[in-house]
Design a protein around this ligand. Structure first.
Ligand code: ADP
Ligand code: MG
Length: 424
């Protein structure tokens, strides 16, 4: 097939796999560049270039075969994207290196949020002994009520990795040493009433006109720093929010109409200020007084955005294909209410017999589907289940959020997943 019908992706994980599936369904070949041919995306791609992301010969080979390249994880070296965007390679690259460089670094990221006019949790940078002592001695505007705080490495963190809770100033030095004295941010631990994310896709046409698609605000539940579940209420025809869907229908946790609008606006400002190209997801912390702060952003499809695969007229992966391939983006319509349940490797272990690893009973899970409730299983093809490893997810769709929540809870119980509910 021709170069014009071939897309490339840097990264072989599950987000890449679902991009490959969407692209192939839309008639494209996909070449995956990643270091391990056994990775989920590499298993099903049309071709794999097994190489390191900084291998310029391999990147050039990818550029030769593809008309566009995207990425599926934010820790791909920004220099690799900059290399691919060289004009002589004649390649569409989304996201751009500059945006990924910012999203990879919590300090640059927070600076960008502030420049976009949105609030972040109080924080200071710990990048040297002097900064540590400054923080310990109450400099850098750190007040007594700053603690408990969370110390986070500025780079390479994901799923709560590279983070330590610091209960008081006395614990800070040891916590920093525990993170190998890496460059860190110390962030106030916020009293969260909900966590939300806004998924968007943005593209600019040949005349420089930008178009942005946003999906409805998603409400997320994290357990031990890892996403456990996400919910989104369907948008009722003729109404911008599902509150009026039915008297008994619970509101989507943490999201009223005003909050939803302000988070969507903030997300669009952040994307516009970056001149972002591609799929972007922005995480928010909702606080007790109804205000919010922005947590972080991911320059790629996002775990919480998996709800779009079965509940929206356009999935985040289809949107990524459209932007990469220069196809038109369209507004998204949330046709169903949905609860996504993450399947971590823990589900493969029996709590009564921890040594035993066995495939969960998918037939029993799929049997929860009915005329009114869709149960959509997505597995990532990972051979080895490990605790906390993302192995797959299930989207439960229904006309009402109450129905989707009920079935999701039943499935979680059947699989032995202990999870916090999405409180209204
Ligand atoms: P990661 O890159 O691992 O997703 P996050 O900064 O998003 O890192 O942190 C993971 C989770 O930890 C968040 O979703 C939230 O549940 C919790 N968390 C992180 N920072 C804070 C904070 N400042 N206050 C309260 N909870 C936090
Ligand atoms: Mg996060």
């Amino acid at each position: 097939m021709s170069r014009a019908k071939t897309l490339g992706i840097l990264g072989g994980g599950q987000l890449g796999r679902m991009f490959v599936q969407a692209a192939q369904a839309m008639g494209f070949r996909v070449v995956v560049l990643c270091p391990d041919p056994g990775e989920p995306a590499a298993q099903i791609s049309d071709e794999v270039i097994v190489a390191d992301y900084s291998d310029t010969a391999a990147l050039a080979q990818l550029a030769e075969q593809c008309c566009a390249v995207t990425t599926e994880f934010e820790n791909v070296p920004a220099d690799a994207l900059a290399f691919l965007a060289e004009p002589n390679l004649n390649l569409r690259v989304a996201p751009k290196a500059a945006a990924v460089r910012i999203a990879q670094d919590r300090i640059l990221e927070k600076a960008h949020f502030k420049a976009s006019g949105v609030l972040v949790a109080p924080y200071c940078v710990i990048d040297s002994e002097a900064a540590l002592h400054g923080a310990l001695h109450g400099l850098n505007q750190l007040k007594a009520d700053f603690y408990p705080a969370i110390l986070k490495t500025t780079r390479m963190g994901y799923d709560g990795k590279g983070q330590v809770t610091v209960l008081c100033a006395n614990d800070l030095a040891v916590a920093w040493q525990g993170l190998s004295c890496a460059v860190c941010v110390l962030e106030k631990r916020m009293p969260l009433v909900a966590e939300c994310s806004v998924l968007l896709a943005r593209q600019t046409d040949s005349r420089g006109t930008a178009f942005t698609t946003t999906w409805p605000v998603q409400t997320n539940v994290h357990v031990k720093g890892i996403l456990a579940s996400t919910e989104v209420a369907a948008v009722n025809a003729g109404d911008s929010h599902s509150e009026s869907f039915a008297q008994s229908e619970p509101a989507q946790a943490g999201v009223d109409r005003v909050l939803q609008a302000s988070m969507l606006l903030a997300a669009q400002n952040i994307a516009t200020q970056l001149d972002y190209q591609g799929v972007l997801c922005i995480e928010f912390f909702v606080l007790a007084d109804g205000s919010w702060v922005v947590n972080e952003m991911a320059p790629r499809p996002h775990n919480s955005g998996h709800v779009t695969m079965n509940a929206s007229s356009i999935s985040q992966f289809e949107a990524q294909v459209r932007v990469a391939a220069g196809l038109p983006l369209v507004p998204a319509r949330q046709h169903s209410s949905v609860v996504m349940v993450n399947l971590l490797g823990d589900v493969w272990f029996d709590s009564a017999k921890p040594a035993l690893v066995r495939e969960p009973n998918w037939a029993a899970v799929l049997a929860f589907a009915s005329k009114d409730v869709g149960v959509h299983l997505h597995l990532y093809g990972k051979a080895e289940p490990r605790p906390a490893r993302k192995m797959g997810h299930i989207n439960v769709t229904a006309q009402t959020l109450a129905q989707a929540r009920l079935t999701a809870l039943q499935i979680q119980q059947a699989l032995g997943i202990v999870s916090k509910p999405h409180h209204a």
